[in-house]
Write a protein that binds this ligand. Structure first.
Ligand code: SAM
Length: 248
């Protein structure tokens, strides 16, 4: 399990680069909570990142429990969402309490755990989530999928900001269904630029494979390219996995 992802600079700069997307996803989750008629929901946020979504949910009067594998992300999340109960651990080891909704937004399940039996561990996670969810509860997440990849996926991004810049290089290995990403940042500090670099090893799934694993766990599954009205970028599929209510 690689616990060295989202170092201090990458974690802090993630908020600037992707904070808007997290906020849109958080708004979508709030609409889902509302549509379920929940006034005091318990939401489990797996891979909570800097706590943007956790903050939105707790500000709306709901409870959030969650985890993230990166200590720097958890430090930010504890600052941004002090009401939430967030732990620094992998979702694979996190004990999931009885809850209304589980979210893992922002390709959390796509990070390769490095275990040979990664997919079986993910299947086991789906089973644990199913057990923890109350009847009618939902699991919402997005992952990178072969089916949603454009023919020519973008391999190189540049981020250019006033006090930092960075590059993201993605190497796609479609044969082995993996993406290797290198993130390099240069941040203005004390009149110079601090360089930091890290690698992300990602799994590219087949949507049917995830679908099957969710159904095997007992869920009713819907897939989409968006989460409610929040449109995902190319290459990602969202999964809405529902545990039947007593009336279904
Ligand atoms: C792209 S960020 C998304 C953060 C947040 N959910 C959001 O939407 O703003 C992905 C997050 O997943 C976390 N992550 C990756 N593998 C994880 C694991 N095995 N357990 C818990 N968190 C993990 C990363 O540390 C990172 O914070």
């Amino acid at each position: 399990m690689n616990r060295n992802i989202y170092n201090k600079d990458v974690a802090e700069l993630y908020v600037q680069s992707f904070g808007k997307q997290s906020t849109l996803a958080g708004e979508a989750v709030l609409r889902v909570i509302q549509s379920m008629g929940l006034e005091d929901a318990l939401v489990v946020d797996l891979g909570c990142g800097p706590g943007t979504i956790a903050r939105q949910i707790s500000d709306a009067g709901h409870r959030v429990i969650g985890c993230d594998i990166s200590p720097h992300m958890i430090a930010l999340a504890n600052e941004h969402a002090p009401e939430a109960d967030l732990k620094c651990t992998s979702y694979m080891e996190f004990s999931i309490p009885p809850c209304d909704i589980v979210i893992a937004i922002g390709e959390v399940f796509s990070f390769d755990s490095g275990n040979e039996d990664h997919f079986q561990l993910l299947e086991y996670t789906f089973q644990r989530i199913y057990k923890a969810l109350k009847p009618g509860g939902v699991l919402i997440f997005d992952v990178s999928t072969i089916d949603s990849m454009p023919e020519d996926p973008i391999e190189f991004y540049i981020e250019d900001h006033e006090d930092w810049c960075g590059t993201i290089q993605a190497d796609f290995d479609f044969e082995n269904k993996r993406t290797h990403r290198t993130i390099t940042t240069f941040r203005k500090v004390n009149g110079g630029y601090r360089k930091s670099s890290e690698e992300h090893h990602m799994v590219i799934y087949e949507a049917w494979q995830i679908n099957q694993a969710l159904q095997n766990a007992g869920f009713m599954v819907t897939t989409s390219r968006s989460i409610d009205q929040y449109q995902l970028v190319n290459g990602y599929t969202s999964f809405w996995a529902k545990k039947k209510s007593e009336y279904e």
